[in-house]
Design a protein around this ligand. Structure first.
Ligand code: SF4
Ligand code: SF4
Length: 435
């Protein structure tokens, strides 16, 4: 570990972790992927809550072990769904990570890289676009091919060579949605909605954002894409970088207030979960706490919005067998499991098959597959087995991280006959068939 611990007082209270009301029943243990994999109490929700409480009470010092067990958590929040006491585990682990962020001393290089990535690249659309354009160039000029052929990255420590394989082919993809655009409703305008494009979603899966807009237009929505919007800050909260997260949240609130929309649509589960929690993220901000609650109430996952419409435009037929995989931040954080299934079931000819464990994390979890590669892959292998054991032709899931991770898992396992798609891609195809 290239980390040391800062013993000096920090700007965040060192005892900032709230005491959870855990009754130690253990009902969450089997729902927790890291407990199932590692079999250790300290890598279970109950064990992690115990560690947070011990630290909070000053019974346990800040230590490498504390950092390890808290960092190994996926923040998948399956424990929240399993917990009968309603322990807000996601909130607790993010507070613990904020403490870690302030106390861990990283090497100069690691610290500079982290600061640049989280505080410069993600908040800036310009730098983010530049980053993905460089990635595109790396693929277009054949450098990626050369790097893979020579095995150059294997000379570097860690899992750089494996992680490079996660990068999807974006050579031909320049289909992002331009910020500042407005798309008219088709037919009679029923709603004016905003689209939060996401950063990875817009840069890698721009076609999914385009499809989302077309589906909304077809369903009587004028779609506004505010120019001043920012990244949602979910990754920052996962990493405990809360000051930057709050700045980005304020920026989004201002951007969508100005747009004056009935609802704010998001098609990325991880972003949606965070956007719905801006109220608690800004709870101590006098100017923004109420506005954050109003903002969060307007956030709708695309599936949730469409199935709640009084009359959704009827899709055409699509003959395909689809397994739906629940993104953790849609199912466990937003409690949305039925809406995407209903959306898919509404497509004539589409056969929906259930995976054995659709509610289990795929191991993507933000940047978990980068920071905890081995464990992430163990969790992914189980997901790939489940998908392979179904007779699905397509696995549908509504989060860019999950799409990338599952596609990587299928490639790694040599499974070429199953595609990974976002539910809106399937709906868009069905609408095209209705012409
Ligand atoms: S968030 Fe997920 S990985 Fe973390 S303790 Fe809960 S179930 Fe386990
Ligand atoms: S299910 Fe809830 S109350 Fe029971 S051990 Fe887990 S976190 Fe604690």
């Amino acid at each position: 570990m290239d980390q040391k611990y800062n013993q000096a007082s920090s700007t965040v209270s060192d005892r900032a972790v709230l005491t959870p009301e855990c009754i130690h029943c253990g009902l969450c243990l089997q729902a927790c992927p890291t407990y199932v994999e590692l079999g250790k109490e300290a890598d279970s929700p109950r064990g992690r809550i115990y560690l947070m409480r011990a630290y909070e009470r000053g019974v346990m010092p800040f230590s490498e072990s504390f950092v390890q067990h808290i960092s190994a958590c996926l923040d998948c929040r399956a424990c929240e769904s399993a917990c009968p006491s309603g322990v807000p585990y996601g909130e607790l682990v993010e507070k613990a990570r904020e403490v870690i962020e302030h106390r861990v001393q990283r090497s100069y290089l690691a610290g500079a890289f982290r600061t640049f990535t989280f505080k410069r690249i993600f908040p800036s659309r310009r730098l983010l676009r530049l980053h993905f354009n460089l990635l595109r160039l790396y693929q277009v000029i054949g450098l990626q091919k050369l790097v893979r052929l020579t095995g150059l990255l294997k000379l570097f420590p860690g899992h750089l060579a494996e992680l490079e394989q996660l990068v999807p082919d974006i050579r031909k993809k320049k289909d992002h949605v331009e910020l500042g655009s407005v798309f008219p409703a088709l037919g009679k305008k029923q709603y004016r909605v905003g689209l939060l494009t996401g950063c990875v979603m817009n840069e890698i899966f721009g076609h999914i954002n385009q499809a989302t807009i077309r589906i909304l237009q077809r369903n009587g929505c004028e779609v506004v894409v505010p120019a001043a919007q920012s990244c949602c800050a979910a990754l920052h909260c996962h990493a405990g970088i809360m000051d930057t997260a709050r700045e980005m949240a304020r920026k989004n609130i201002l951007a969508f207030e100005e747009a004056q929309v009935d609802a704010i649509i998001i098609n990325a589960a991880g972003c949606g979960a965070k956007l719905k929690e801006y109220g608690s993220l800004l709870a101590e901000d006098r100017e923004f706490c109420k506005r954050a609650q109003v903002f969060s109430q307007k956030i709708k996952d695309i599936s949730e919005f469409l199935v709640d419409l009084p009359q959704m435009a009827r899709p055409g037929a699509l003959s395909v067998r689809v397994a739906y995989d629940d993104p953790c931040h849609l199912l466990h954080a937003q409690k949305i499991g039925q809406a995407p299934r209903n959306l898919l079931k509404n497509i004539p000819g589409l056969q929906l098959v259930e995976l054995e464990r659709p509610d289990q994390c795929c191991g993507s979890a933000g940047i978990y597959n980068i920071t905890q590669y081995d464990l992430s892959m163990r969790i992914l292998d189980k997901k790939v087995d489940d998908i392979n054991n179904s007779d699905a032709e397509v696995v549908a899931t509504g989060n860019p991280g999950c799409i990338l991770q599952i596609a990587y898992g299928l490639r790694k396992a040599g499974i070429a006959h199953i595609r990974v798609m976002h539910p809106v891609e399937l709906l868009e195809q069905a609408y095209q068939n209705s012409k």
